[in-house]
Design a protein around this ligand. Structure first.
Ligand code: SF4
Length: 330
């Protein structure tokens, strides 16, 4: 059993610092959504007074902290979710140790550097250890980039596998060395596969709460070759400067950096259509307005609410969209 102290967090943060401090990072979103019964975390939150009309990711995170007895959580106060501040207050009230972290909205390098230094100090991380850990993690990020390329260049990794490898890079399942070995074995395994055929789709927006959307898309002839936010979580940027890496990361800043990134990837990956996933009761739903006007590509918006499978209406909409794209592509 791993005896390292667990540090929870609510979105991607500089995980290098947590590893360098000798802790076990734990992305609470991943614990929530990969549990066999994610509804129990939502029910716990609602039992404790969270309203029905609230984003279920927030309730899931709360439920995980309570049910899994996590005593320290890094909360991103700026650059993540409009609900974070209130959640941080509730958790603090419940006795959880909260470590605040912020991504400056204006991408001020000095402010971000200071935020990272504050986190380093809060976790009592030795600077030399941070430098060596960071170098090792850069190598893991490069292997994840290879998995991403095997998805869109070689077409031998499917969209769900791509999603899983990249979304889990936020905490590397708590052990980056093991994660690296797992990723290398995965690459060895898939190299003999046949190429995936299908209309090339991009998936933008936060990772979906819906549990079978990738499998369904695959079954109706779509090949998801781009997972926007999950790829951002893996920080696939060629730089040895840790501050620069987290400045190039688009998710916590304005929508315009995201749009630039999405447009580049649409071209590079030859994407024929975009699925924009939005979460019920999330403020990010409003971003759909700008995305629809700026992306020169057919877009279908799908909204999810609970961690469950697609409903019939969602399936019909996806089928019609993929059918239309397939016809346009022929
Ligand atoms: S889906 Fe939106 S409201 Fe929910 S946690 Fe994420 S950013 Fe916050």
């Amino acid at each position: 059993m791993n005896s390292k102290k667990i540090i929870g967090f609510t979105t991607t943060i500089p995980v290098e610092i947590i590893f360098a401090g000798g802790y076990m990072p734990c992305d609470l979103n991943n614990i929530f959504i990969t549990d066999e019964e994610p509804m129990k975390f939502i029910e716990k939150a609602e039992k404790d007074g969270f309203p029905k009309s609230m984003c279920n990711w927030i309730k899931g995170i709360y439920g995980v902290v309570m049910e899994k007895n996590i005593d320290t959580v890094i909360m991103v106060m700026e650059g993540d979710c409009s609900n974070t501040k209130a959640l941080a207050e509730i958790l603090e009230f419940k006795g959880i140790n909260i470590i605040p972290f912020s991504f400056p909205f204006d991408k001020d390098r000095d402010v971000l550097k200071r935020e990272m230094e504050k986190l380093t100090e809060a976790l009592k991380v030795d600077k030399e250890t941070l430098i060596s850990t960071e170098k090792e993690i850069v190598r893991v990020r490069k292997i994840l980039q290879e998995i991403d390329e095997l998805t869109w260049k070689e077409n031998i990794v499917n969209g769900y596998e791509n999603h899983l490898w990249l979304v889990r890079s936020s905490d590397m399942l708590g052990d980056y060395k093991k994660y690296k070995e797992m990723a290398i074995s995965f690459i060895d395994e898939v190299k003999i596969r046949k190429k995936i055929d299908g209309v090339r789709i991009g998936f933008i927006g936060i990772p979906p709460i819906i549990t079978d959307i990738y499998q369904f898309l695959h079954s109706i002839g779509a090949h998801v070759v781009y997972n926007e936010i999950q790829r951002q979580f893996s920080l696939p940027f060629d730089t040895d400067d840790i501050v620069e890496r987290y400045l190039r990361y688009t998710y916590p800043y304005d929508i315009f950096s995201r749009i630039y990134d999405i447009k580049e990837e649409i071209k590079r990956r030859d994407i024929k259509g975009i699925i924009h996933y939005v979460q019920a009761f999330c403020f990010r739903v409003m971003e759909d307005v700008i995305l629809r006007e700026t992306l020169n590509c057919p877009i279908l918006t799908i909204e999810g609410e609970l961690p469950r499978q697609l409903d019939t209406r969602q399936k019909l909409r996806l089928e019609a969209f993929i059918e239309m794209l397939t016809e346009m592509d022929n």
